[in-house]
Ligand binder design. Structure first.
Ligand SMILES: NC(=O)c1ccc[n+]([C@@H]2O[C@H](COP(=O)([O-])OP(=O)(O)OC[C@H]3O[C@@H](n4cnc5c(N)ncnc54)[C@H](OP(=O)(O)O)[C@@H]3O)[C@@H](O)[C@H]2O)c1
Length: 265
């Protein structure tokens, strides 16, 4: 899809990691940028860095686990910016504990943020996109949206669920000017493991080696933007870990045996 210079993008999880890198890339492209996350101070820090582009930046703090609040945020954003060309459902929380030790409340919380949060925001914004017959929804899934590894049961489930929902939505809205891109990063060097939840609901607070040695978020953001601009339906981004996606398709039993021993730390 061709985008004019004054196009508008809404990025969730814009306060950190991949979302922050996406935000900075779009600010540098002179787009109108709407930034969401829970921590308004971190969003303000980003807009302060890009003071010269302040008029192009709208802060829309929100908590994606509080679904009832989302329609009002969408109403406020649309009243201010008029239209959203691209929505990037990027915010997410990971997990560092096995399925049996994970209380159901944590499973539900991770689904509420990663899956229902993206669904709720999309449903609130989609009518405005359909009315214009124009809109692109990008979803940051994961390699864990294609496979499941140890200590990621809720996280992998939430990412798999995104594929089901957004593949169906793509089929329903393809004739209505709506494009959908699912991006599946592997290991990206962000704070995701620090912020991941353990069994008691606290943060894991450890930097995993795999992420530390992963792709930098700026390169990941660049590849996500390229996928959106070229209208790709799905893109896998990362290093050797992304071969797991192909193994799952062509040698699933081999992958299953490898994953029994594999710790994604
Ligand atoms: N890093 C990786 O290796 C990797 C790999 C595959 C996929 N991903 C996916 O990429 C996305 C971005 O992750 P990241 O690596 O950039 O992690 P990150 O640095 O921990 O950033 C997560 C972002 O999500 C926001 N967020 C968390 N809970 C939220 C909530 N309840 N409501 C609204 N916003 C919330 C956080 O902001 P606040 O805390 O201020 O709310 C933060 O901006 C996630 O969907 C993640 O699953 C990451």
């Amino acid at each position: 899809m061709k985008y004019a210079a004054n196009s508008t993008v809404w990025i969730t999880g814009a306060s950190s990691g991949i979302g922050k890198a996406l935000a900075e890339a779009y600010i540098k492209k002179d787009w109108q940028v709407i930034l969401s996350a829970r921590d308004e101070n971190k969003l303000t820090e980003i807009s302060n860095i890009y003071n010269h582009a302040r008029d192009n930046i709208t802060l829309a703090p929100l908590d994606l686990s509080k679904h009832d609040t989302i329609p009002e945020v969408v109403k406020t954003v649309l009243a201010k910016v008029g239209k959203v060309d691209v929505l990037i459902n990027n915010a997410g929380v990971s997990q560092r504990c096995d399925a049996i030790s994970t209380p159901l409340e944590i499973d539900k919380y991770i689904m509420n943020v990663n899956y229902f949060g993206a669904v709720a925001l999309t449903k609130a914004l989609l009518p405005a996109m359909l009315a214009r017959k124009r809109g692109h929804i990008a979803v940051i899934s994961s390699v864990q949206g294609k496979i499941g590894t140890r200590n990621r049961s809720a996280y992998a489930a939430s990412k798999h669920a995104l594929h089901g929902f957004f593949d169906s939505l793509r089929a329903e809205t393809a004739g209505e000017g709506i494009f959908i891109t699912l991006a599946c990063p592997g290991w990206i060097k962000t704070d995701i493991s620090l912020n991941a939840l353990v069994a008691d609901g606290s943060k894991y607070d450890i930097r995993d080696n795999r992420q530390e040695k992963g792709l930098n978020p700026e390169t990941c953001a660049k590849r996500i933007i390229r996928a959106i601009e070229s209208g790709k339906e799905e893109v896998i981004i990362g290093g050797w870990e992304t071969y797991a996606v192909w193994l799952k398709r062509f040698a699933p039993r081999l992958l299953s045996r490898l994953l029994r021993r594999f710790e994604a730390k």
